[in-house]
Ligand binder design. Structure first.
Ligand code: ZN
Ligand code: ZN
Length: 400
């Protein structure tokens, strides 16, 4: 591939430390000297030297070849002369970011990184640096397809939905109302009046690009006659003015998979904005919000619940009905269970995408009665005495 981008980013003369009118002999000498100094064998582990060695080698490979050097000089002269834009007012001021700067005739600097904006034109271009150069340097009339010719995919859309804890855990289908450009129903997205169809643009033969010669270079730019689409519509659809899209409200039934988490984005391929004139649609992203639940929390696919129990249930053991996502499960609390202990019920948690489900984690927590009747109070008092007599010391672990 043509190395022109590097040509603009690097001053090869400067890399070699020679004047721009240096003779072939001077270039050769400068290169030999630097190559010796900067050779990786002479500078083990020195990244900067390695980088400079590469630059020097590249500079030499271009400047030592008379044809390449001429081309290089022309390329840079063209950019430095600001001949690209007919406007002549130089380039807009205010250049964000770093990068290589080149002087224009009238002294203003422009940043090579901004070229995408300069040549983009009216938001039609994708503005990429690479696209720009790929498009500019199609030499010898061979037209490669650039983004200008590709049908423009519709924009991605983002919407959101709020699910209950349970719906998010087990999965659900929600109807989403989306208002966005959608294929025009009258022309089915072609943009041409029903009964007619778009024809290949004769100016660019459907490529969407036209060539313009300037000096040694052939420049490709978006075809003005078809706005780079490659096709022309003689009889536009009146409903969409030939765009093939129309803003429409539609309802999409979105299947939310089990186990989705709060804040997760779900991508629905091809459900975004329709592309113009039948180009592919963008994607729709659905951001899921999950409301908190009174009983459950989640940790991945494990479902967590705090189970209120009485002291006697912990000591004597009990089987307690615990709610799950679907129904309930009897959980056996073994005798002498410590408060705060977590019991695991396998396979009763949140469904996994791979099949099966996580576990239900039940953490017991003693609830102290706020009030007891006389009989219970009397029984508890006699229990307290019996407990003491049995030698139980709750603070035995302190060892005091
Ligand atoms: Zn239409
Ligand atoms: Zn055209």
């Amino acid at each position: 591939m043509a190395p022109q981008r590097e040509w603009l980013e690097h001053d090869f003369y400067k890399d070699l430390g020679v004047a721009s009118d240096a003779s072939a002999e001077e270039i050769k000498k400068a290169y030999r000297k630097l190559a010796r100094e900067l050779h990786p064998d002479a500078n083990p582990g020195d990244k900067e030297a390695e980088e400079r060695f590469k630059r020097v080698s590249e500079a030499h490979s271009v400047l030592s070849d008379a044809d390449k050097r001429k081309e290089y000089d022309e390329t840079r002269a063209m950019f430095a002369g600001g001949q690209f834009r007919g406007g002549g007012n130089g380039f807009p001021g205010g250049f964000p970011g770093g990068g290589t700067r080149y002087s224009t005739n009238n002294g203003a600097d422009f940043n090579i990184g901004d070229l995408g904006d300069l040549f983009g034109g009216g938001g039609e271009s994708s503005g990429g640096f690479g696209d720009l150069f790929d498009g500019l340097f199609n030499r010898g009339g061979s037209q490669r397809a650039s983004t200008a010719t590709r049908p423009r995919r519709g924009n991605d859309l983002e919407t959101e939905t709020t699910l209950s804890f349970k719906d998010a855990a087990v999965g659900t289908t929600v109807p989403l109302r989306v208002t966005s450009p959608a294929p025009c129903t009258t022309c089915h997205g072609s943009g041409a009046k029903p009964g007619t169809s778009p024809r290949v643009c004769p100016t660019c033969n459907g490529s969407g690009l036209v060539s313009r010669n300037q000096g040694a270079f052939g420049f490709s730019e978006p075809c003005q006659d078809c706005q780079g689409t490659g096709s022309r519509i003689d009889d536009p659809c009146t409903d969409c003015d030939g765009s093939g899209v129309k803003v429409r409200a539609r309802t999409i039934n979105v299947r939310i998979p089990a186990g989705v988490e709060d804040g997760q984005r779900i991508r629905l391929a091809g459900q975004g904005e329709a592309g113009r004139r039948g180009a592919p649609s963008g994607d729709l992203y659905v951001v899921v919000h999950v409301t908190a639940d009174k009983i459950f929390t989640r940790s991945g696919n494990d479902l967590k619940v705090q189970l209120p129990v009485s002291f006697s249930e912990l000591v004597l053991g009990a089987t307690v009905s615990v709610p799950t996502l679907e129904g309930s499960v009897g959980v056996k609390i073994p005798p002498n269970t410590t408060d705060g202990r977590t019991l695991r019920v396998r396979g009763r948690g949140v469904p996994k995408r791979s099949g099966g489900a996580g576990d239900l984690l039940v953490t017991v927590k003693v609830e102290v009665p706020s009030k007891l009747d006389d009989a219970a109070t009397d029984a508890l008092k006699s229990y307290a005495e019996a407990e003491k007599a049995s030698g139980f010391d709750p603070r035995a672990g302190w060892g005091r």
